[in-house]
Design a protein around this ligand. Structure first.
Ligand SMILES: *Cc1c(COP(=O)(O)O)cnc(C)c1O
Length: 491
């Protein structure tokens, strides 16, 4: 059992300090002499008064209460919680990168720009798209950028289409991004196999529709096998296809959405390309576009130009080009989350082309292995085989007295993070499981054993599963109260 950790304010003792500065040996200046009045505090800041070791111990203890992929299996569907190789961290911490300033002249940043340029080329290669921007800071931000590009493109053609079609299996960020960009969102119901319903799509995709926003593989972990026809329907009606490629872990090196007719695609470096995520930390959601949409990408574009050196030999130099008049402009300060790009680039180079294909083969194999281990114990509403993830339903278990939420909580007692629950919305009591390629067979077996044990417990004694977790620092908080009355301030 963990000991409760008090707030750092509760450890405060008046006058205690981390570090005591030597007496000032130059004349002291009052803060009012160099800061404008409006910037001054009216009351002194209420900071905890603690020693340095108090701070270190407090935060180290808190960090150990957290569940993380570095300690345990984390099969959070749609989130691709794969191992983040440490070599990525070493590369991102190289001084040549960390000491660069974004306002430094480009002549001094050639290495950095080459890395960004090359990363764009690799992402093009993997996806089949014609051009990439690395600026968006997350998947949802990539979606918004994509929507802005669609709008700019259509408006340039003189078309004022106002609708975006989104299947009901879509990630919640999809309709939010479309709506934020001023589009009206029309949801279409998936068919009995959990795929886009072609007839419904045909009926819905009219001349006021700007685009279809589709996820492939979709959130049920199924490949949209009619993707060619789907793209044709959108294009025949003069619209575009936006693909949410946050879940590319099943397709790397195997199939390219760009070859299937998709016009815009976002990728999540912090999922598929092993850069860390969670806790709202920095991510990266690059988007790739077709040739026709390239002029609308955010500026600056990282471009390579050939020059001749003094010795008359050809040399490539990299520039930041702002001269793209149709660009939607900047979507992020400077050039995006560079640290994430260095990590993703390192990951891709350390795998190489062959390694990248293996990622997807193993991700799909691991997911199917688990699916088959669990299929006799839980309902699998869609698909007998899956791509990189699958969705089970705890409908049967709910009737016996323990819900998907209870199962998720109980898993913590077995040392596993919960799968994604209650998503996608089209599956009742959904548990969405994504093991990723970086887990061993032993880990998958242990997880399956825990899931099966839980199913058996629910048959006999559902209360064993309901009153959980018992072994974590915090048991089951009142989630409604936490959401409605968050206490975010220490008083
Ligand atoms: C994670 C995810 C997103 C959103 O990505 P963020 O980086 O969290 O903004 C969008 N779509 C799908 C399918 C996802 O899995």
């Amino acid at each position: 059992m963990h000991q409760a950790e008090p707030l750092i304010f509760e450890k405060s003792s008046p006058g205690r300090r981390c570090f005591i500065l030597p007496a000032c040996d130059v004349p002291e200046k009052p803060v009012t002499s160099f800061l404008p009045q409006k910037m001054l505090r009216k009351q002194e800041a209420q900071l905890p008064e603690v020693s340095e070791i108090d701070v270190v111990r407090h935060f180290t203890r808190l960090s150990q209460m957290n569940f993380c992929v570095d300690t345990n299996f984390y099969p959070l569907g749609s989130c691709t919680m794969k191992y983040n190789p440490r070599i990525n961290e070493d590369a991102a911490r190289m001084e040549g990168f960390t000491k660069l300033h974004p306002y430094q002249p480009v002549e001094q940043c050639q290495g950095m720009l080459k890395l960004l340029y090359d990363l764009e080329q690799i992402l093009k290669d993997i996806s089949g798209m014609s051009a990439f921007t690395l600026q968006p800071a997350a998947g949802a931000h990539g979606e918004l950028t994509g929507m802005l590009i669609i709008r700019a493109y259509l408006e340039k053609k003189g078309e004022h289409r106002h609708k975006i079609i989104i299947p009901d299996s879509a990630h919640g960020t999809n309709p939010a991004s479309a709506a934020l960009c001023g589009y009206e969102v029309e949801s279409i119901q998936s068919n009995a196999s959990g795929l886009v319903d072609i007839e419904k799509l045909k009926a819905a995709f009219t001349h006021d529709t700007a685009a279809l926003m589709i996820t492939n593989p979709n959130t049920l972990g199924l490949f949209e096998k009619d993707i060619l026809e789907i793209c044709k329907i959108a294009h025949d009606a003069g619209g575009l296809v936006y693909c949410d490629g946050a879940n590319m872990n099943a397709l790397l090196g195997i199939a390219r959405l760009g070859d299937m007719g998709v016009d815009i695609l976002h990728l999540n470096l912090h999922k598929t390309f092993s850069t860390p995520h969670g806790g709202g930390g920095p991510g990266a959601g690059p988007i790739g576009v077709t040739e026709a949409l390239k002029p609308f990408l955010p500026v600056p574009r990282i471009e390579m130009v050939d020059t001749l050196t003094a010795e008359d030999t050809a040399e490539n130099i990299y520039i930041l080009n702002y001269a793209h008049p149709d660009s939607i402009g900047k979507v992020r300060a400077f050039y995006g989350h560079i640290g994430m790009m260095i990590r993703a680039y390192t990951y891709l180079l350390s795998l190489g082309k062959e390694g990248v294909c293996k990622v997807s083969e193993y991700a799909v194999l691991n997911a199917n292995y688990l699916l088959h281990k669990l299929k006799n114990h839980y309902d699998i509403p869609y698909g007998k085989t899956c791509m990189h993830e699958f969705v089970i339903s705890a409908k049967k278990q709910k009737q016996k007295g323990a819900s998907a939420l209870d199962i998720a909580k109980k898993l913590l007692d077995y040392g596993f993070h919960a799968p994604t629950i209650y998503f996608p919305l089209i599956v009742e009591e959904a548990l969405m499981i994504e093991p990723t390629e970086t887990e061993s067979r032993e880990t998958l077996d242990a997880f399956a054993a825990a899931m099966i044990r839980i199913a058996e417990d629910i048959e006999q004694q559902p209360e064993l599963v309901r009153n959980t977790p018992q072994t974590t620092p915090i048991g089951r908080p009142d989630e409604v109260k936490a959401a409605r009355e968050p206490k975010l301030r220490w008083e």
